[in-house]
Write a protein that binds this ligand. Structure first.
Ligand code: ZN
Length: 826
């Protein structure tokens, strides 16, 4: 068999189009600032945040809200009327959100997919069919019709398109009916929900509760289009999980782990199992769990001065004191005295002997005359600093605010300063010849379950290697790299200071956002910091505002954590699979994951073979998740992330797939679980109670079920590495004489991409690729009206080419496939 290096024909990415949102002041910021700190700087208590349910009209609003500095990420889901999710906000920010048009929902007032049959709006069944359907047969297509069960309840998920879906006046409605088993009539008409994103019609879709599995559905449009389709199973009848083996060992992780615990266990595993495990250290240290020491002095608004130490807090910054001193005499000049770590600003006085130094003057003096102790001093936020500063009651101690331990945080000293991230590498043959799998957890600091899920998977590998046949096969046929936490600085901050921290701790903010009250909003979103489809190239979903939850950083790969990932996949080029593990949306993603909002131009769609391989792998992975306690990740939450959720510019998956040809998944573990007691889906959270309700929301249960899925991903990789079998394909119908026009399509024996010609030339990798009619749909249908010869070959996800054909050079055998559709002349 011929094996070819998998290459992605990546079209040139569109250049910058549209506008990047201009950074605005942080939302909810008090323009006058907190009241004067006279004895000790006391920034407003940013811990007083809460989670609220919000609904946005769409991706445009999401971008604007994120650009304004709001923290709206994860657990977001599409609903017919827009996007819903949770926001981590202060009471003040709730008002701001409302002013921006965001609907703040009461607790548990989220949208529920309709499960009631109704007559439908705009689609009067009888009236619709009065329109001649034959003209409209092709105007409605079914993309998905999936049946699944969870906890005793059946569901039907339908996704369908009308070619008139973009039409706005009037909007074309869609209605779905289903049968109740083979041979039964269609009925139970339900209105479908129209899904529009960034101004573009996507499709209609709905999830319905049903008690009986239908075999067929019929979808009708309000303009008379009608089509029928067969219902498929989603995650039904999965093979037993690895845990079904009675001697299989699992359930190793006993609670949430902070980065020091994760890394020390990784190193211990490498010591305990030296034949199959080792540590690889990533070369770039993080910027550190550390902050400069700060204080805000002299008054509010125009009179406030924000002071930042030159040294890190733990390296001397916390020892600095600053005092603004009033003197009795008149007409004195501004002066600065430094004694050890004590800085005294002797305020100027006017003719009456009153203080006369402005905030700007004091800030300038501190920067230039504090003997190097203070290297950043400026007026508060956007103020010019024209106010006269007030004297302090005494020396004010600067602080890095890292000594305030959260209630309930684990014991133990948190190491300050940069961290070196260890990668736990597990595999019997770590020689670069086995397919590598990168598991990257906790890019986002507050996502604690991804770290425990990844650790649990590593434990299962080493503990079952000698006793479980399937685990042995995994360890002998793959080369696995675990990054148990890719954001240790932020994770420590999440454990010890501010639970909702998402980003890393690098402060790229200008003076206007650098006062300590903003400290919980600094940092770079590591999953917006990559190079393909990035915000720097005009893609949507990354923010230029340094206090936004999705701040993309000052440039691509500005952060050590993202540089490390690129280093790893370049050094270990056998890495062919990647899972970026997040929480808590209950989603499984791949490409495309970003688009340019104007025109909704996505990164290039993966070839049909890759798309099919992603779907096949996703079904395997999610079936194993379901095997634990029947959690179903629904098909509406699986696919290209920008198709089913939103655009995330500069995410790691786009870079690894398009630059290196790595199958790069994004996983949102946790998420909704069906609760049969209430009949509703119950959402998850970033840090669910570890034990919690084991049937619903529980960190432990999520860890165990999603570790099942990660183990299956290893098996996907092992199978891929052993795949030496050529794909086969056929044209349907094939060679032959036909009396009139014929509709033809290709079919492959496994996920594979077809390259074909119809102009007599030999097919190559530059020939047209057989594509889907539209995204999330099967391969296109060709309407052949005159005699045509198709020449083609197929290539599978592992690079095997049908019939050992070599498309890269002329060979005499020319053993590509051919078929001639002969249309008889009348
Ligand atoms: Zn995340």
């Amino acid at each position: 068999m011929r094996h070819i290096q998998r290459r992605i024909a990546l079209l040139a990415l569109p250049a910058l189009v549209g506008s990047i949102l201009v950074a605005t002041g942080p939302a909810g910021a008090d323009p006058t600032g907190p009241s004067a700190a006279t004895s000790r700087s006391q920034p407003e208590d940013r811990e007083s945040v809460r989670l609220v349910q919000v609904r946005l009209t769409g991706a445009d609003m999401l971008d604007k809200v994120a650009a304004a500095g709001f923290d709206l990420e994860h657990g977001l889901r599409r609903v017919p009327t827009g996007i819903e999710g949770e926001a981590v906000v202060t009471a003040e920010q709730v008002t701001e959100l409302t002013a921006m048009g965001v609907e703040v929902l009461a607790d548990d007032a989220g949208f529920a997919w309709s499960d009631q049959a109704d007559g439908g709006i705009g689609v009067d069944a009888a009236g619709a069919r009065a329109v001649q359907p034959s003209n409209h047969q092709a105007t409605v297509r079914i993309a998905r019709a999936d049946w699944f069960t969870t906890k005793g309840q059946g569901f039907l998920y339908v996704e369908a398109r009308t070619t008139e879906g973009q039409q706005a006046d009037p909007i074309v409605g869609m209605q779905v009916e289903n049968d109740s088993g083979k041979g039964t009539p269609f009925g139970f008409a339900r209105t479908m929900s129209r899904f529009v994103d960034s101004g573009q019609y996507m499709f209609h879709r709905n999830l319905f509760k049903l008690d009986t599995r239908p075999t067929r559905i019929q979808v009708t449009s309000s303009t008379g289009g009608v089509t029928t389709g067969v219902v498929s199973n989603w995650l039904e009848n999965a093979p037993p999980p690895l845990t079904a083996n009675p001697s299989y060992k699992s359930d190793f992780v006993d609670g949430y782990k902070h980065p020091q615990q994760l890394y020390s266990r990784a190193k211990e595993i490498a010591r305990q199992y030296p034949d199959i495990a080792e540590i690889v250290y990533l070369p770039n240290q993080t910027n550190g769990y550390q902050r400069k020491a700060q204080a805000q002095l002299g008054g509010t608004g125009q009179a406030a001065v924000v002071v930042t130490s030159a040294a890190w807090g733990h390296e001397g910054g916390n020892d600095i004191t600053v005092e603004f001193v009033d003197r009795p005499d008149a007409n004195l000049p501004l002066a600065v005295e430094v004694t050890g770590k004590a800085v005294r600003v002797l305020l100027a006085t006017d003719a009456a002997g009153a203080p006369a130094s402005t905030a700007t003057q004091v800030a300038d003096a501190l920067r230039t005359r504090s003997a190097g102790l203070i290297d950043r001093a400026h007026p508060y936020r956007t103020n010019e600093g024209s106010g006269i500063v007030a004297p302090t009651a005494g020396p004010v101690a600067l602080t890095d605010f890292l000594d305030q331990k959260r209630v309930g945080a684990p014991e133990g000293e948190v190491p300050r300063g940069p961290a070196t991230i260890p990668v736990l590498r597990i595999g019997k043959h770590r020689d670069g010849k086995k397919p590598g799998v990168l598991i990257q957890a906790q890019d986002h600091a507050r996502e604690w379950v991804p770290a425990t899920t990844s650790l649990e998977s590593a434990e299962r590998l080493v503990h079952n290697y000698r006793s479980d046949r399937e685990t042995k096969k995994i360890v002998e046929n793959t080369d696995i790299f675990f990054i148990l936490s890719n954001n240790p600085d932020g994770a420590n901050y999440s454990f010890y200071n501010f639970a909702s921290q998402r980003k890393n701790m690098t402060n790229h903010c200008p003076d206007a956002s650098a006062d300590p009250a903003q400290r919980n909003s600094w940092g770079v979103d590591l999953n917006r910091n990559y190079r393909v489809g990035s915000g720097h190239d005009g893609y949507a979903g990354g923010s230029t505002n340094c206090v936004s939850g999705t701040y993309q950083g000052p440039e691509e790969l500005s952060e050590p954590e993202s540089k490390n990932i690129i280093w790893l996949v370049e050094k270990y080029s056998n890495i062919k699979f990647m899972m970026s593990v997040h929480s808590n949306g209950g989603q499984l993603f791949w490409q495309p994951g970003a688009y340019i909002a104007d025109g909704r131009i996505t990164t290039p769609r993966p070839p049909l073979g890759d798309e099919a391989f992603y779907w096949q792998s996703a079904a395997r992975i999610l079936s194993q998740v379901k095997a634990h306690r029947e959690t179903v990740v629904t098909p509406e939450n699986v696919g290209g992330s920008s198709d089913v959720l939103y655009s995330s510019a500069g995410n790691v998956r786009e870079d690894l797939y398009y630059t290196y040809g790595i199958y790069a998944f994004g996983w949102e573990v946790g998420g909704s679980v069906y609760n049969p007691a209430t009949g509703d889906w119950q959402g998850g959270s970033f840090q669910p109670e570890w034990t919690g309700n084991p049937e619903l929301v529980s960190g432990h249960a999520e860890t165990m079920e999603y570790a099942n899925g990660i183990m299956e991903m290893f098996r996907v990789a092992a199978d891929w590495g052993k795949d030496k079998k050529d794909p086969t394909s056929r044209l349907i119908p094939g060679d032959g004489k036909y009396r009139g026009p014929v509709d033809v399509r290709f079919e492959t024996s496994e996920p594979a991409t077809i390259y074909y010609t119809t102009d007599g030339s030999r097919p190559t990798l530059e020939s047209p690729r057989y594509a889907a009619t539209e995204f999330r749909e099967p391969g296109q249908v060709f309407h052949v009206t005159e005699t045509t010869t198709f020449r083609w070959f197929s290539i599978d996800s592992a690079g095997n080419i049908e019939k050992n054909y070599d498309p890269t050079k002329k060979d005499k055998r020319n053993n590509y496939r051919t078929a001639t559709i002969t249309i008889a002349k009348k």
